[in-house]
Design a protein around this ligand. Sequence first.
Ligand SMILES: C[S@@+](CC[C@H](N)C(=O)[O-])C[C@H]1O[C@@H](n2cnc3c(N)ncnc32)[C@H](O)[C@@H]1O
Length: 214
Amino acid sequence: MANTVPARNEEYSTQEYWDQRYAQEAEEATFDWFKKYEDVAHLLRPILPVKTARILMLGCGNSTLSEDMYDDGYTNIVNIDYSPVVIERMRARNYHRPEMQWLVMDIRDLTFEDDSFDVVIDKGTMDAMMTAKGDVWDPPQQVIDDCAKEVDEVLRVLRVGDSTFLYLTFGQPHFRRRYLTRPNTTLEIQQIGDAFHYYLYILRNWTEYGFPPV
Ligand SMILES: C[S@@+](CC[C@H](N)C(=O)[O-])C[C@H]1O[C@@H](n2cnc3c(N)ncnc32)[C@H](O)[C@@H]1O
């Protein structure tokens, strides 16, 4: 198996690293950061009750999350990653799942229209942008700007009123909340696991007039 661990942690925040990593791996290789769909499906299904929801997957990599969600009925998924190598492979791998799309795109600069998705999912992608060298307690400005751009873009493309951004990470609330606290949104955090914890951040996007009537 190819050695795909970078010499320096901050390489995780470069497109060159990811392209090289995927090019070194076998064409059929898959890898899921943190959790697979089967580990979190029981958490996601109640949050995402509408299977026809239009879903955007940020930094899909060669994770099986999208194909497993597709096979569970969530067929309206658009997958993006800034590595053309992995997007090409994932498009070929999933040719028999025709409703899914695979696009080369930077999560900080989405080309989608405003208000065009019901759900956006990030599993481990914001984390990759946070690996730039520096103090985790006082992150470099580049990290703050990159994460802010991602969340700005997510909130722009999410439909106004009752749409959801799901972010699955190992990052504890102290280190992540600052990026996910925005006007007209609510943030719920679910802790996953017993010994080593992961976190599911659920950012709900409400209208500018507040919560929709129940
Ligand atoms: C840690 S991996 C997570 C992959 C997958 N989401 C998973 O759960 O296994 C990060 C992925 O995000 C992609 N990525 C990192 N920064 C990105 C950016 N700014 N725009 C688009 N993709 C990005 C990388 O190419 C890589 O495939």
